[in-house]
Design a protein around this ligand. Sequence first.
Ligand SMILES: C[C@H](O)CC(=O)C(=O)O
Length: 252
Amino acid sequence: MGIADFKQRMASGAPLAGTFLKTASHELVEIFARSELDFICLDAEHAPFDRARMDACVAVSRALDFPVLVRVADGSAKEILQALDMGATGIVCPHVDSVQKAQELAKNCHFGLGGRGFAGSTRWAGFATRPMPEVLAQTDQTVVIAQIEEPAGVEDIEGIASVEGVDGIFIGPADLSVGYGYNHQTSDELFAAFERCGAAAKANGKTYMSWVPNGAKAKEWSKYGMSMFFIGSEHSWMLRGANADAAGVHEI
Ligand SMILES: C[C@H](O)CC(=O)C(=O)O
């Protein structure tokens, strides 16, 4: 159970637990690689990952054979290429709200579709130690996830989910909730969107997933067909642990 079979495990519908890493620290990657988590996702959309620190995080994850995804900021070809050259297991692309954006995403992640440039001396390619055909075949292991977080994305979900080269559909519950005009995550419209996106993911054999604040919510939302969960982040876990232990002291 490592990087090579991560995409297969996703496709099998096995429950997968991960988190967003917000602190650009390779030590934290090392700790999570020794945890019960199945993967982590470096949040380069909302957290301060510069290229060098992202590279260190990805290097450690690969050394420990621990799947690491990168949530890119805007899904540009350049940003995706940099993360994949470093050796990221896959890409989470935010704000995919049309079939065209999903096609661009798939193109930028896969050589066969023409958008990804090749270099032999990268971590992903084994720093020029492996034959090119072998390296290119490895593109099959690259995981591509489209994040749906606008009502427009929900309206186009049947097309988005059918795009070849997209492996997963990720619901962004916070942004989608805001998109429907709510500042919380309890509207009927939001849960209807969960149902519709889940049906489209299932019909197209794509893994369905979301961010959740905790394991209990993951269990609850599995009823929509979600099997992969980005649970909180190390920030929320640190706060929860710190507050629980502080409460123990303050009760004295
Ligand atoms: C809260 C997480 O960053 C997931 C997300 O993007 C969302 O909109 O929800």
